[in-house]
Design a binder for this molecule. Structure first.
Ligand code: ADP
Length: 218
């Protein structure tokens, strides 16, 4: 059986991913070439190693190919990030996620076998911009280029009406896939569900349609 997670690079991004995985009870092997970083995480992770991830021999010795998910969170050193991703791909790691610095880096990563290319700064910028568009937009994420999900509240005068009455499906081809009420989510709400004050609706749709809905809310 494969072990779950390896995080390579414990900078701000890799460090946060590692902390969250641990918080959720996952086993994590952490690798960083900087021993101060490893020291800071040593007590929290399942195992940690000071190593250079661009060294194929080291990756093999650590048995990185026996893990299911490897997250490459090497920051500014693009060459190291690319070489590490290539080695992981050649070693047959099934799921490789890599933080990209820019679009060119992202294109190379996709070509050499990254399953998921992450742009944390860009994505945060996008989320903030959507959040600022309207006080009703709580959160926004593009699931793929074509599909987006948005968390929104409704104006107070629409509370007491039903989800169906918002006509999101007819007007914007968007579906309310879940509702968060008093901190608890329930999925697939019926159209007859009455919206209460403070409800957060989770809306799914094509990115262009979610954009139209956003424009209408701005
Ligand atoms: P962030 O912007 O996420 O903070 P950083 O560039 O500050 O990114 O951190 C990246 C981390 O990756 C650093 O802790 C660095 O020591 C580590 N790192 C960089 N290159 C390698 C490598 N070849 N092998 C292992 N760790 C590396």
């Amino acid at each position: 059986m494969r072990r779950p997670f390896v995080v390579i690079g414990l900078g701000r991004f890799g460090g946060s991913v590692t902390q969250e995985l641990i918080r959720q009870g996952a086993e994590v092997l952490a690798i960083d070439r900087d021993d101060a970083k490893i020291e800071a995480f040593r007590e929290h992770v399942t195992s940690s190693v000071v190593a250079d991830a661009t060294d194929e021999k080291v990756l093999k010795e650590l048995g990185v190919h026996e893990y299911t998910h490897v997250i490459v969170a090497i920051g500014n050193d693009i060459e190291a990030s690319i070489l590490t991703t290539l080695l992981l791909s050649e070693l047959g790691v099934p799921d490789i996620s890599v933080k990209a610095q820019n679009d060119y880096h992202a294109r190379v990563l996709t070509k050499i076998g990254a399953d998921r290319v992450l742009h944390p700064e860009r994505d945060m910028g996008t989320r903030l911009a959507h959040n600022l568009m309207s006080k009703n937009i709580i959160d926004y994420a593009e699931l793929s280029g074509q599909l987006s999900v948005m968390e929104m509240t409704v104006d107070e005068h629409k509370c007491g009406g039903t989800i169906g009455a918002l006509e999101l499906r007819r007007k914007y081809h968007c579906a309310v896939v879940a509702v968060c009420r008093n901190g608890t989510f329930f999925s697939s709400p019926p159209m007859t569900e009455v919206i209460k004050k403070g409800d957060i609706l989770v809306v799914l749709g094509l990115t262009k349609d979610v954009y139209q809905l956003e424009q209408a809310m701005a």
